[in-house]
Design a protein around this ligand. Structure first.
Ligand SMILES: C[S@@+](CC[C@H](N)C(=O)[O-])C[C@H]1O[C@@H](n2cnc3c(N)ncnc32)[C@H](O)[C@@H]1O
Length: 199
């Protein structure tokens, strides 16, 4: 952890950091556990900060070559690259995710600690739409929020919530929600037909 660096970034960009300190190891571990084990596809972490969740994802068994971290702040990017030399750390805006991911890659999970409650609403909407376009149909999106009731960004999330858990051992406590974008499978045309009436 680098609390000094986090504090420095918080003071210069409070709206973008959106937290008073890095995530606790309990929150980070629980975020990482939402990613199902799978031997295919990329796991994308959005808003890596000082690497609390990055470390938890690696501990969870995600191979470093299958992990890509997108972080906006340059001091955090430098810190992440030094701490995780085998992970692809990309400096950029999560709102440009479609352009940042390697073309044609299969995305298995998006693990986000972006401060969706404090980002401009059109940006949040665009970020969530890109998740829907980019995630593989079996993929999951994981997001934490300090708003334990009903954060505004939820209305832009066109996905099914598959789990939700409050982690109290964090400052402040946070709610982790997991989403699936798999569209309900439409029944085949013959499934609509009623059986032939008896003669
Ligand atoms: C709440 S902090 C979480 C940091 C770290 N993952 C943790 O859990 O301790 C949010 C992080 O998202 C980054 N961030 C905010 N807006 C972003 C954006 N549009 N694109 C990429 N990263 C962004 C911030 O720089 C910060 O590192």
């Amino acid at each position: 952890m680098a609390p000094g660096l986090f504090l420095q970034e918080l003071c210069s960009r409070p709206g973008i950091i959106g937290a008073i300190c890095p995530s606790s190891r309990y929150l980070a571990r629980h975020m990482a556990r939402q990613v199902p084990h799978n031997d295919k596809g990329l796991v994308i972490e959005l808003g890596g900060g000082t690497g609390a969740i990055t470390q938890a994802l690696l501990n969870h068994g995600i191979p470093p070559e299958r992990l890509m971290v997108v972080e906006f702040s340059s001091p955090f990017v430098q810190r992440l690259r030094k701490r995780f030399p085998h992970v692809n750390v990309v400096q950029g805006n999560a709102a440009d995710l479609s352009r940042l991911v390697p073309q044609g890659s299969r995305i298995h999970a998006i693990v986000s600690s972006l401060p969706l409650c404090s980002l401009p609403e059109p940006m949040t909407q665009s970020i969530l739409q890109q998740w829907q376009q980019l995630l593989h149909e079996d993929g999951v999106a994981v997001q934490f929020t300090y708003n334990l009731r009903s954060p505004k960004w939820r209305r832009h999330m066109q996905a099914q919530q598959t789990s939700s858990k409050i982690v109290w051992a964090n400052l402040p406590p946070a709610n982790i929600t997991t989403f699936s974008f798999r569209t309900a499978k439409l029944p085949a045309p013959h499934e609509h037909l009623s059986p032939e009436p008896p003669r």
